[in-house]
Design a protein around this ligand. Sequence first.
Ligand SMILES: *Cc1c(COP(=O)(O)O)cnc(C)c1O
Length: 348
Amino acid sequence: MSRFIRKDLLGLTPYSPGQQPEEEMIKLNTNENPYPPSPKAADAIQKISTDDLRLYWDPEASEAKNAIADHYHIESSRVMVTNGSDEALAFAFHAFGEKICFPEITYSFYKVFAGAAGSHAFTFPLKKDMTIDIKDYKGYPATVILANPNAPTGKALCREQIREIVLSDPDRLVIIDEAYVDFGAESCIPLVKKHDNIMVIQTMSKSRSLAAMRIGFAVGSREIIADMNKIKYSFNPYSMGPFAAAAAKAAMEDEEYFRKTTTEIIKTRELAAAGLRDLGFEVVPSKTNFLLVSGGREYFEKLKERKILTRYWEEDLLRNWVRISIGTPEQMEKLLEATKEIICEKVK
Ligand SMILES: *Cc1c(COP(=O)(O)O)cnc(C)c1O
């Protein structure tokens, strides 16, 4: 740290992203999609003329925005495309996060966004079964942000439960981060059409295999999206380029590929969960492309020795768990084999 940094940022601990290993490993640590993006997205990127890169690009990424709006049958003035959903979340904390609350166990970036935006942040514990207790959020006088499904638990609230939180105070904003919604949970985008105090944020990094392309989007009332744009145009208007916009449009329109790959991941998840339970592990029921599995540091380390990288948090509430992203069926088979070896080694 230099002596020049703003005093109010001295205490800020930045987000620590999952490791990108240098050696060959089975990478099940950052919830990436094991399948490549839609071939149509690849084609769309190829078609971009590099001559055009000298130009500033459409700051609204309109082609992507319109494809998303069409997909969800919502006016495009209610959609904003961002450089990854992390950018949408950062804008949301700046725009609406003067006071903001979220679960004690959730996407660890929320407390960082709160720190960077100077938000007053409050957290609520999860219930014993790791679900979010909607009672805590009903009527609580602060903006609410919930990852639904939640991370790293993998558990989801249903739309009706979120509607209850939204209805409990129409003058308070509820933000729903649906990074994993496509793996089996209910989206709240239909609620956005009926209520003006909810914003939904999604990403193409997980279910549409475009993590490196950095595409996220927010859906809300016209006024909420205008506020989000006010922040964007106060930071970095041209945050999306033509590659991301073209890939986003093509990926959004390739419904068949999207269904095929997400269905495959859900199937693999259920098989992996059953396999791990058979081996005596506790596995939290998941609506995402990852599993929270008992085992803690020892299991994490032993998997790593066997070149399988998962995610472990040295924190009170999570130290007995390991988060395992869903890979291909072959990768998950290797995970189960390695797990059996680890168990047998212990017995010897
Ligand atoms: C992965 C993830 C994001 C961020 O996704 P990007 O679009 O890649 O920035 C946001 N929220 C949650 C809960 C996530 O897991």
